[in-house]
Design a protein around this ligand. Structure first.
Ligand SMILES: NC(=O)c1ccc[n+]([C@@H]2O[C@H](COP(=O)([O-])OP(=O)(O)OC[C@H]3O[C@@H](n4cnc5c(N)ncnc54)[C@H](OP(=O)(O)O)[C@@H]3O)[C@@H](O)[C@H]2O)c1
Length: 289
């Protein structure tokens, strides 16, 4: 199998790498920290150490890969994704990859007032976090179109899985929004997301985007309640929206601005996906077994 690069080879990247290695692929993971690099070596993934915030201009370190997965998040500030810009500059226009699969986020849609949305929904990010993601999508699509490279964008909601559950928050009894006030949120189990990424690489479809979700949205409060029940922890206290500004972190408040339900039918049909964890009960059970 042709060589694969995973830019931002962290929690999801390691899962994708394992799936590809099982099929005989030579996988390289790009990361910046020692700890993540060592974890990759332990998994027999070749390591490329680059800090996308401080990458050498003009060096084509992303050359020589047939398929590239881009999983690095945008920087924490600003309106643009300078990391995506640095990555695109490191590709060799003379010998570009076949395909790039990008994990974006559902935040690009902004608030949809709880409506079910398909991929035809116009983008309208309400937060700088969402605007940086949209900037990354736009840059990738423009570069790929100019250089004849295939792209797939996955608009991903909340990722959960073993080791990626907000248990510390539950143990600290951090309040959640009263359920009646809580917006709709969507989720995907990490193993399903990894399988979706590989399917996006293999698909005959190209130059298109997918809503990623298990198809069973609920609200953030319901998520914390069900997680607490599954973990055997007390359910967190609830606060009204009027009090939320005083007790919730700005990060959590930004996630509570948007309400939407993601329609995943295009994903399931076109990528031939059969979800291992089609709802939270199945996914949480697997996290605690
Ligand atoms: N958490 C969610 O619910 C959620 C929802 C939607 C989308 N997403 C997005 O999905 C993607 C994959 O998530 P994940 O859980 O696998 O994330 P993750 O474990 O944090 O992995 C991201 C990787 O990106 C690397 N990275 C970050 N900044 C970098 C930089 N400046 N230069 C080079 N590498 C850099 C990190 O390397 P080091 O480890 O060496 O720092 C890390 O390995 C991310 O973009 C995430 O934002 C997450």
């Amino acid at each position: 199998m042709a060589p694969v690069l995973i830019v931002g080879c962290g929690y999801i990247g390691r899962r994708v790498a394992a799936l590809l290695q099982a099929r005989g692929a030579a996988v390289t993971g790009l990361v910046r920290s020692d700890a993540t690099a060592q974890g990759l070596r332990d998994q027999a993934v070749r390591v490329l150490r680059v800090d996308l915030d401080d990458a050498e201009a003009g060096a084509h370190w992303a050359r020589g890969f047939a398929d590239i997965f881009y999983f690095a998040p945008p920087p924490p500030q600003g309106e643009t994704d300078t990391r995506m810009a640095a990555f695109l500059q490191a590709l060799d226009a003379e010998s570009p990859p076949r395909r790039i699969v990008y994990i974006s986020t559902s935040a690009v849609y902004g608030d949809c007032q709880g409506r079910w949305i398909t991929e035809a929904e116009p983008v309208n990010p309400a937060t700088a976090r969402g605007r940086r993601r949209l900037d990354a999508e736009d840059r990738l699509r423009a570069w790929a179109a100019e250089h004849g490279v295939q792209w797939i964008i996955l608009r991903v909601p909340g990722i959960y899985g073993p080791g990626k559950l907000p248990l510390a928050r539950l143990r600290a009894a951090t309040p959640v929004l009263r359920e009646a006030d809580a917006p709709y949120t969507n989720r995907i189990h990490a193993d399903d997301l990894a399988a979706i990424c590989v399917a996006a690489r293999d698909s005959v479809q190209a130059n298109t985007l997918y809503n990623v979700s298990d198809g069973h949205p609920s609200n953030m409060t319901d998520y914390f309640f069900r997680l607490a029940d599954a973990a055997g922890l007390p359910r967190p206290p609830e606060v009204a929206r009027t009090e939320a500004g005083q007790v919730l972190t700005p990060g959590m408040l930004s996630f509570l601005q948007d309400s939407r339900r993601m329609d995943n039918r295009k994903l399931l049909a076109e990528l031939g996906i059969e979800l291992q964890y089609p709802d939270l009960d199945a996914g949480l059970k697997a996290c605690f077994d």
